[in-house]
Structures are given as C-alpha cells and as structure tokens.
Design a protein around this ligand. Sequence first.
Ligand code: CP
Length: 311
Amino acid sequence: MWKRKDLIGIEELSREEIEVVIETALSMKDILKRPIKKVPTLRGRTICTLFYEPSTRTRSSFELAAKYLSADTVSIATATSSVQKGESLLDTVKTLEAMGIDLFIIRHSASGVPSFIAKNIKAGVINAGDGMHEHPTQALLDVFTVYEKKGKLEGLKIAIVGDIFHSRVARSNIYAWNKLGSNVILCGPPTLIPPYIENLNVKVTYDLNEAIEDADIIYVLRLQLERQKRGLFPTLREYHMFYGINQERIKKAKKDVLVMHPGPMNRGVEISSEVADSLISVINEQVTNGVAVRMALLYLMLGGKSDENPV
Ligand code: CP
C-alpha cells in the first residue's frame, strides 16, 4: 500500500514499496502498448514540473506520464519565471500551490531542496534529482527494466562503473539494490569514488575487469564534468582506456550481461557506440520504462490504490 505524500529518496523506501511501484508500472506498460495511450485515471489532477537543472528524459517522461493519465500539467522554466526577479523557490512553489497544483516534480542542483519544499507545502513532491544526493525515479525505472529483462531482482551482481562521486543515480541505485538483495560493486578512478561509499554495503574496485567479471548488469555512468571544479583524471582518452565500456571489455563479461546507462551518454568516453547500440544494451528500454514507472508513481501518489487496476 502506498501512503507517502512525497518521494524524496530510495533510502526511505521499503522493499515492499519498491515492489508496489514495479507491479503498478507493469499495468502502466500495458497502456503504453496500446495504439491510444490515454486513460482518464487522473482527470482533474494537476502536476507541475519545476526544473532548475537541464533535463531531457526525466522532465519529458513525467509530462508524458501525466498526459497519458489525463492529468493537467504546468511546466516552469526557471529562465522565464519570476525567479529571475528574485522570488524565492519556496514562494514560487507556494504561488503555484495556491493555483491548485496537486504534485510538484522538482530538480535542483542543491541536495535537500525537494525535501525542504516537501516539508513546507501540503501538495506532494517528487525528487527528480537533487545535487549529488538522490534520483529515486531513475533507480526505480532501472530496477523495473532489470526485472523485465532478468525476471528477478535478487542475487544479481550489479557493476556500477564511472563517476560515482558526483552521481545521485549511483546512490539511489545502491539503496535500491541493497534493499532488493542484490550485490553492488563500484568501479572507477580512485578520485571519483568517495571513501565513505563503502559504508553503504558495496564492494569497491579500481580494476574494471574485476568489476565486470560475472556481472549480470554493467551500469555505466557519465562523467559529470559540469560538477567537477578540476580534472579528477588525466584525459578523456585515458579515462576511456581504463574505464570505458567497449567491445574489448565486453568480451570479458558474461554472455547474458546487460549494459545500462541513465543518459545522457558521452559516446566514446564512458561507453563506445558499438556497445551502446548493441543487443546487450537496454538503454532505450530504460527510457521507455521511465514513462511507465513515472505513470505508476503519479497514480500511487495521487491516491490510486496499489491493489486496484489503474485502468
Ligand atoms: N537520466 C536523467 O536524469 O536524464 P535527464 O537529465 O535527461 O533527465
């Protein structure tokens, strides 16, 4: 049963709640397979996306998810909003809440912003990525994708490779896989793996071959150069040589390994095009499943019952 007003992080969710999202997303996936995808489930409810950082996938999939469920949407672009005249974020949100918004989807460069807003308004809040903290809906769509492909979520080896330090996606995935009973191994340059991360019940290696050996999933992360004040590794070419996922590396992995990436990708840096576009890549499925999982979350958070058919 779903009782939360807000979704701030995977850390706060139980295994049962993650499973409810997966079950509900399976029903939503059926809607997405229909020629006409629209259902009246959330007619009369209003959702606002408020993104203070760039986004292609998260923002558009939330907006499509809302439209497919017949909710109304408002999208605030910070560049053209009254934020530019000095209005605080909380005043902006309270202004929109006064217009009747039921649920805010918030992305911000500072960790803790969605949680702060959630504590100060009656409407619900979904964290769409806050600083280096969490990106819970990304992790939920990732576990859903693995469930679809592997038929299970327990006992898997998940190798997360790349810029762990700056990655809210890595944090949310670590919390999710720990709760689901799978094992996470992290791999990247020592400068991009914070020492405290080992407290989160993960293994750490700097050797990519060790990470991908026996892995069921290779989860590739983008180098977040926009969050790095100085070079944390020598060159992009050298980074690819040691930590890039390419065909040569994949030869050392299991035959049925799956390659995932949250996007956006830097082809030729953390992943080669050959691998990104190959049959072992489920990157496009992640994108499609992002819509289904976000439909499930909108449905559950706006009062839908997890034991009722949403359509
Ligand atoms: N994965 C992800 O958050 O992508 P966007 O930044 O495009 O939303």
